[in-house]
Write a protein that binds this ligand. Structure first.
Ligand SMILES: CC(C)(COP(=O)(O)OP(=O)(O)OC[C@H]1O[C@@H](n2cnc3c(N)ncnc32)[C@H](O)[C@@H]1OP(=O)(O)O)[C@@H](O)C(=O)NCCC(=O)NCCS
Length: 131
């Protein structure tokens, strides 16, 4: 499998290929399926920063810019843009390499989500110091 040079050079949190069961009868992938993958991708840098479990507290924005089709190779780029006392806000950009074999790459989705570091009792937990 080849990765297009048109993809961003920053590190990719997740790559996944939607299957027929993720699509409607027209072959377009369900927005809810994409939202679930975005939530997973964003939680990866958030849990690393929290050094433990996090819960999604808010989806601040979510834009579906282009449709996603079965067989597209999706790359999810997730970047922490803000941290607070217990919260971590992450931008997620999703790029589709059409039918996985072509060089065509399009940005299909962008979203911003906020996660909260939580303790064993699922209550907010202060973020650990950096370094
Ligand atoms: C996440 C959760 C533990 C937070 O508990 P809480 O009592 O609401 O927490 P607080 O009000 O103290 O807020 C905690 C942090 O979240 C932030 N926050 C709360 N609501 C927010 C919102 N709507 N948007 C952005 N940030 C928000 C607060 O600003 C705070 O950040 P800070 O500590 O960095 O300043 C609780 O809301 C929860 O369990 N929610 C369900 C999570 C879940 O199940 N998600 C999966 C989807 S169903």
């Amino acid at each position: 499998m080849t990765f297009s040079p048109m993809l961003p050079q920053k590190s990719c949190a997740l790559r996944v290929m939607p299957q027929p069961s993720d699509a409607n009868v027209h072959g377009d992938v369900f927005g809810g399926w994409i939202m679930a993958q975005v939530d997973i991708a964003g939680s990866i840098p958030a849990s690393r920063r929290a050094n433990g479990r996090v819960a999604t507290v808010a989806v601040n924005s979510f834009v579906f810019k282009q449709p996603v089709f079965v067989g597209d190779l999706l790359s999810f780029y997730a970047e922490i843009v803000k941290t607070g006392n217990t919260s971590i806000t992450v931008d997620v950009e999703v790029f589709a390499q059409r039918m996985s074999l072509s060089e065509e790459v399009v940005k299909v989705t962008e979203a911003t989500l906020t996660y909260v570091a939580t303790d064993r009792d699922r209550r907010p937990r202060k973020l650990p110091e950096l370094g």
